[in-house]
Design a protein around this ligand. Structure first.
Ligand SMILES: NC(=O)C1=CN([C@@H]2O[C@H](COP(=O)(O)OP(=O)(O)OC[C@H]3O[C@@H](n4cnc5c(N)ncnc54)[C@H](O)[C@@H]3O)[C@@H](O)[C@H]2O)C=CC1
Ligand SMILES: O=C([O-])CC(=O)C(=O)O
Length: 272
């Protein structure tokens, strides 16, 4: 039975916790933390097996647990990831954009080796990473075009220095066209999937990102194109957004749960 600590009790964290609480796989949620006390209290109220709420994020990995599951923010990853590994615990990261900071990636990668622990990055809101991983050495170009409703883009740092008024968009509009490196820092809660693609493929400066706002869509759509000596792959994922957080797709939550299930179970493993 794996012992799990949860960092972030928002939309994703809550659904991960409810799944663990339903005894769907051999795991127990023992500790939780959220910067918002209201969020952690509200989550614990919903659970039959009540985890302890710790006073700060660093206290999660000092407990008798196997893995810390991060479903909070890129800042949370930057703050605690190293100490989780130093405390000899595994770590699952959903706010993957944090890893596009090369110094952070290198420090965490070294720490995994030094402390013999693993960082898990679920495929999140996209599909196709297995194929891209396999053709990595022959990949010549990689791009992702993400289309969301304007309300799903609200609050992004990008708009602090932009004249675009999301409330006035009445037809499909290109909001951003650049590299994954730029995209994850300007849209930290919207395009972690570009970080996943970058880390799997040819890096964040070579991976191209376009973000479109479409006032007539009810989906978060990710269209990925990869080409090179191996041939060409395209993937289009049309996700329904989560009910509580339109920025986050349902698939991202299911992918986090599936990765955790695999971590907790001794079973036949399918796929790359
Ligand atoms: N890898 C992927 O494909 C995807 C990743 N994500 C990312 O997963 C994360 C969780 O997503 P949601 O649950 O939908 O977001 P959410 O906004 O519903 O919940 C996040 C929770 O984390 C808490 N939080 C934020 N920063 C914190 C910190 N430094 N310390 C402690 N608590 C903190 C917030 O108070 C909030 O309760 C987000 O960073 C999101 O961008 C979302 C969708 C896809
Ligand atoms: O859930 C999605 O569709 C994508 C997302 O928010 C992210 O990658 O951060």
């Amino acid at each position: 039975m794996k012992r799990i600590a949860l960092l972030g009790c928002g939309s994703m964290g809550t659904q991960i916790a409810l799944t663990i609480d339903s005894n769907d796989f051999p795991a127990v949620l023992t500790h939780v933390y959220d910067a918002s006390k209201a969020a952690s209290s509200s989550l614990v109220e919903k659970l039959n097996n009540k985890p302890e709420i710790v006073e700060n994020s660093h206290l999660l990995s000092s407990q008798h647990i196997d893995i810390v599951v991060e479903a909070a923010s890129q800042d949370a990853v930057k703050d605690v990831a190293l100490s989780v590994l130093q405390n000899k615990k595994d770590l699952m990261i959903m706010s993957v954009g944090a890893l596009l900071d090369e110094s952070i990636y290198d420090i965490l990668s070294d720490a995994c080796k030094d402390f013999k622990k693993t960082i898990y990055l679920p495929s999140g809101a996209i599909a196709g990473l297995d194929g891209i991983k396999s053709v990595k050495s022959e990949l010549e170009s990689l791009s992702i075009t993400t289309t969301k409703h304007p309300r799903s883009l609200k609050g992004a740092k990008f708009f602090e220095n932009s004249d675009i008024n999301l409330d006035k968009i009445d037809s499909i509009t290109t909001i951003f066209d650049g590299t994954a490196k730029e995209a994850v820092s300007l849209f930290p809660a919207n395009i972690n999937v570009a970080a996943l693609l970058s880390l799997t493929g040819i890096g964040s400066k070579q991976t191209k990102v376009r973000i479109l706002a479409d006032p007539n869509t009810d989906k978060n759509t990710h269209h990925i194109e990869a080409s090179g000596k191996f041939g060409k792959m395209t993937f289009t994922i049309e996700n329904f957004p989560d009910k509580n957080n339109p920025k986050t797709s349902r698939l991202a939550i299911l992918s986090a749960i599936e990765t955790l299930k695999k971590y907790c179970s001794d079973e036949i493993q399918i796929g790359t």
